[in-house]
Design a protein around this ligand. Structure first.
Ligand code: CA
Length: 230
């Protein structure tokens, strides 16, 4: 994890300096971009995590996130003063993996960066469901549906992989928050619904009548795909 490359997109110099200092203390390599244009031009240098402020002088953070998602599944943490739940859900809907509201604790931000780095690493066996309809390949972070590859964000992949490893088990939203963040964070559970909705749109033939992820009312979710028997 040490030496991972983090891109911090933030126009407020003070915040950028603090975030940079905390990340460097953990042994990360940090590049700061003060404009959206700069961020998009340095992205091709290759980064492990992007920390993205939404209020930038030139390009909206949301637009940058969407541009990144066109050809990359690099983890993105949005950093913003927008604290409304709808903004959070919108941020996750356009492919952000996590969302930190200003003012924030730099230590919490570092914890979230580490959680993201941990979750994008870690191999495992293929999981095959419903007679090969859905295949999850954790070593390559690939999902195929009906033999066609699907693009999931790292967060969506992590959630799906977690629940698919234990078909039939009910997961509470708070447990799933822990899966994606590495720790419990109350108030975050509605965002799980947004992630699940995205995953359903990708893997379900009919999201309203799911064959894979069932809602357990008042509690959370469970995976109901039929595991492949050898
Ligand atoms: Ca800003």
């Amino acid at each position: 994890m040490k030496g991972s490359r983090i891109l911090v997109v933030e126009d407020e110099e003070k915040i950028a300096e603090i975030v940079k200092a905390y990340l460097k203390k953990e042994g990360f390599q940090v590049v700061v971009a003060k404009t959206g244009e700069k961020a998009l031009s340095v992205l091709k240098d290759g980064f492990d995590v992007v920390i993205l402020d939404l209020m930038l002088p030139d390009i909206a953070g949301e637009d940058i996130c969407q541009t990144i998602r066109k050809d990359s599944d690099i983890p993105v943490i949005m950093l913003t003063a927008k604290s409304e739940e709808e903004d959070r859900i919108k941020g996750l809907g356009i492919g952000a993996d996590d969302y930190v509201v200003k003012p924030f604790s730099p230590r919490e931000l570092v914890a979230r960066v580490k959680a993201l780095l941990r979750r994008v690493k870690g191999p495992g066996e293929n999981l095959i469901f419903n007679k090969g309809d859905l295949v999850i390949d954790p070593s390559r972070f690939e999902i195929t549906k009906n033999s066609s590859p699907l693009v999931l964000t790292p967060t969506e992949f992590k959630l799906l992989h977690c629940i698919a490893q234990r078909p039939g088990q009910v997961f509470t939203r708070l447990q799933l928050v822990n899966v994606i963040l590495g720790y419990d964070f109350e108030g975050y559970d509605r965002t799980i619904d947004a992630h699940i909705k995205n995953i359903r749109h990708k893997i379900e033939d009919d999201p309203r009548s799911p064959a894979y992820i069932k809602t357990v009312y008042g509690i959370g979710y469970k995976f109901i795909g039929q595991p492949h028997e050898d």
